[in-house]
Design a protein around this ligand. Structure first.
Ligand code: ZN
Length: 312
C-alpha cells in the first residue's frame, strides 16, 4: 500500500516509451532520498537508450534512498551496463519492484549487497503494462485485433460502405493504440476495398492470391511486407514483437484464436441488415454453445462510442 502511488507513477512514466522500446520492456522509475522525498524520475525512452533506473540515478546522489521501479532491475551487460551495479554504487538502501524479470537475478544481487528489496507492488498492473514483453519471453509475438462496429457487430454494408462508423475521438484513440504496436497487419481485401494509407513504420499485408499491384496507397509509406500465408511464428523471427490486426471479418476471424487482446470500438448505430458485413466472419455454427467465450477487461467511452477490450 505504502508504495502503490509511486508504482502508479512508474507505470505512467514507463508508458511514455510505448511504441519506442521494443523489444525491451516499458520501465519507469522514481527515486526518493533518505527522508522519503522524491528527488528524481526516469523512464526507458527508446531501444538502445538508458534504462529507467540509470536515467533516474545518473545525475543524483541518494545514499540511504529508495528506488521504485515497475520491473526487477537488470544485472547483466546488455546495450548498457547492469542497473544493479549503479544502484549499489549510489548506496540506495531500498528497492521496490513491481514484477520480476524472468531471466534475471537482479533482486538476488541487490539483496547480496545488503539492499532491502520489496517485490510484487501492484504486480498485476505492472504485468499488464508489459504484456507484450511477457508474451515475447515465450518466443511469440503479441497479437491484437482492432475493429470498429455498429451495435449489431457490422463493419460495413453488403456493398462495402464503411466510412465512418465511429466518431473522431474513437478514431483518434485507435491511432494511439496502433502506435503501441511494432507492426500492423491487414488483408489485400481491405486494401482493395478501401485503399487505406494505414500510416505505420511496419505494415504486413496478407495477399493470398497476389491481387495487389503495389500501387495502392498503403505501399507509399513505411516498410511493407506481403505474406501469402498468416504464420504467427514467422513474425517473431522477423523481430516483430507485437502486431495489431486491422482487417475485415474474414482475417480478423481467422486470427481470433491466436489473439491476445481485442480492441472493439462500438458506435451507437444499428444496421439491422443481416447481409451487412460482420467484424468476425470465418465459420458456420449450429449450436450457440460453440461460440468462443471472452472476458471483458475494460469498457471505456470515447465521445458517443464505446471501446470494449477483451481477451479469450
Ligand atoms: Zn537495467
Amino acid at each position: 500500500m505504502q508504495y502503490d502511488n509511486l508504482m502508479k507513477k512508474c507505470i505512467e512514466l514507463a508508458k511514455q516509451g510505448q511504441g519506442q522500446v521494443s523489444p525491451n520492456p516499458l520501465v519507469g522509475c522514481v527515486v526518493l532520498d533518505a527522508d522519503g522525498q522524491e528527488i528524481s524520475t526516469g523512464f526507458h525512452e527508446k531501444y538502445g537508450s538508458n534504462h529507467a533506473e540509470r536515467s533516474a540515478l545518473l545525475d543524483i546522489e541518494a545514499p540511504g534512498g529508495t528506488l521504485v521501479v515497475n520491473l526487477e532491475p537488470c544485472c547483466h551487460h546488455g546495450k548498457t551496463p547492469p542497473c544493479t551495479d549503479l544502484i549499489i554504487e549510489k548506496k540506495i538502501a531500498r528497492v521496490v519492484v513491481g514484477m520480476p524479470d524472468r531471466k534475471n537475478g537482479g533482486a538476488h544481487k541487490l539483496r547480496e549487497a545488503g539492499i532491502e528489496v520489496i517485490e510484487g507492488v501492484l504486480e498485476q498492473e505492472c504485468r499488464q503494462l508489459n504484456e507484450i514483453f511477457i508474451k515475447n519471453q515465450s518466443g511469440k509475438t503479441f497479437i491484437a485485433i482492432k475493429t470498429a462496429t455498429t451495435i449489431d457487430g457490422k463493419i460495413a454494408t453488403a456493398n462495402g460502405s464503411s466510412k465512418w462508423i465511429t466518431g473522431k475521438a474513437a478514431r483518434e484513440h485507435g491511432r494511439k493504440i496502433r502506435a503501441r504496436y511494432d507492426a500492423i497487419l491487414t488483408s489485400s481485401a481491405t486494401v482493395l476495398a478501401d485503399d487505406p494509407q494505414m500510416l505505420h513504420k511496419t505494415k504486413i499485408i496478407l495477399d493470398r492470391n497476389s491481387k495487389l499491384t503495389g500501387q495502392e496507397q498503403i505501399f507509399k509509406q513505411g516498410e511493407v511486407h506481403v505474406f501469402k500465408e498468416f504464420e504467427p511464428e514467422k513474425l517473431f523471427e522477423m523481430g516483430i514483437m507485437s502486431v495489431l490486426v486491422e482487417a475485415g471479418g474474414r482475417l480478423s476471424g481467422e486470427i481470433l484464436p491466436f489473439a491476445d487482446r481485442i480492441y472493439h470500438f462500438m458506435a451507437p448505430k444499428i444496421t439491422g441488415d443481416n447481409s451487412a458485413k460482420s467484424c468476425f466472419d470465418f465459420r458456420k455454427i449450429t449450436d450457440i454453445n460453440e461460440s468462443l467465450n471472452f472476458k471483458i477487461e475494460s469498457v471505456e467511452h470515447f465521445g458517443s462510442d464505446l471501446l470494449l477490450t477483451y481477451t479469450l
